[in-house]
Write a protein that binds this ligand. Structure first.
Ligand code: BEZ
Length: 250
């Protein structure tokens, strides 16, 4: 996945804004060291630092890290993949917002998170849960099928687990889950093309091998199909469902 950090900051800043909710669960204490896993352009990393703790932000995208470093020169940002990160320090807490659903191999991520925590350290994470954006994805799949793009209709771009599935992974890798929530969070999108822009920003993989003009046509059709359910008082609303979790390294 290639990220456009400017588009991300200008049109999809809600990712960080909504992340402020999970930040309340982190409850950082003076003297702690926190890892922001998948820090993007660094807005929440900055909020963590402002809470008075030492923080390192990592992201798999060098473009995101370059932008984060440009915005917040005094924070330690590094390019690293959560599945095989080898940081030279351990942490009191690992925080992650709106990232884990992008990573297919969650066993590796859980294992790495455990390895980078001090004993008794915690993870505080939020990401897409089972059924996330399901109506939007279903509308797109149905159009793919109508047009004979059956392979595209079966592309699975994200990891959206249930509470049972994600708890099982964490427990397998030495965590005790102390809180997990799975809740709907209808999310307003910016602009008259909110749905189209959302798929352009986040759903590129779903359109693998579809020519650009056809993609544009399909996106127009998706938006029309979703109008009755997703356009409320002139604002596009995405049907997000989130998982929030806190777990302790045993
Ligand atoms: C999310 O934050 O839930 C999300 C964002 C983009 C694609 C899929 C899920």
């Amino acid at each position: 996945m290639k990220w456009n950090s400017s588009l991300y900051d200008s049109s999809h800043e809600f990712v960080s804004r909504f992340g402020e909710g999970i930040l309340g669960y982190l409850n950082p204490k003076t003297g702690e060291r926190v890892l922001d896993l998948g820090c993007g352009t660094g807005d929440l990393t900055k909020s963590i630092k402002d809470a008075g703790v030492a923080v390192i932000g990592i992201d798999g995208s060098s473009e995101m890290i370059a932008r984060a470093q440009e915005k917040f020169a005094d924070i330690d940002f590094r390019v690293a993949d959560a599945r095989d990160m080898k940081l030279d320090v351990t942490f009191d807490a690992i925080f992650s917002n709106a990232v884990l659903h992008w990573i297919p191999d969650q066993d590796k991520v859980a294992q790495q998170m455990n390895a980078h925590l001090k004993p008794g350290g915690r993870i505080v994470v939020e990401f897409g849960g089972k059924g996330n954006n399901q109506q939007m994805i279903d509308a797109l799949h149905s159009i793919f099928k109508d047009r004979g793009y059956n392979t595209n209709a079966s592309i699975n771009a994200w990891f959206f687990p249930s509470i049972a599935e994600y708890s099982t992974i964490l427990e397998r890798h030495g965590f005790r889950v102390i809180l997990m929530e799975h809740f709907g969070r209808p999310t307003p999108l910016k602009g008259v093309n909110g749905i189209k822009d959302w798929f352009k920003m986040f759903g590129d993989k779903l359109f693998t091998d579809i020519p650009e003009p056809v993609k544009e046509d399909i996106l127009n059709e998706v938006q029309i199909r979703l109008e009755p359910t997703h356009l409320l008082d002139g604002v596009w609303i995405a049907d997000y469902k989130r998982i929030r979790a806190i777990a302790i390294k045993e």
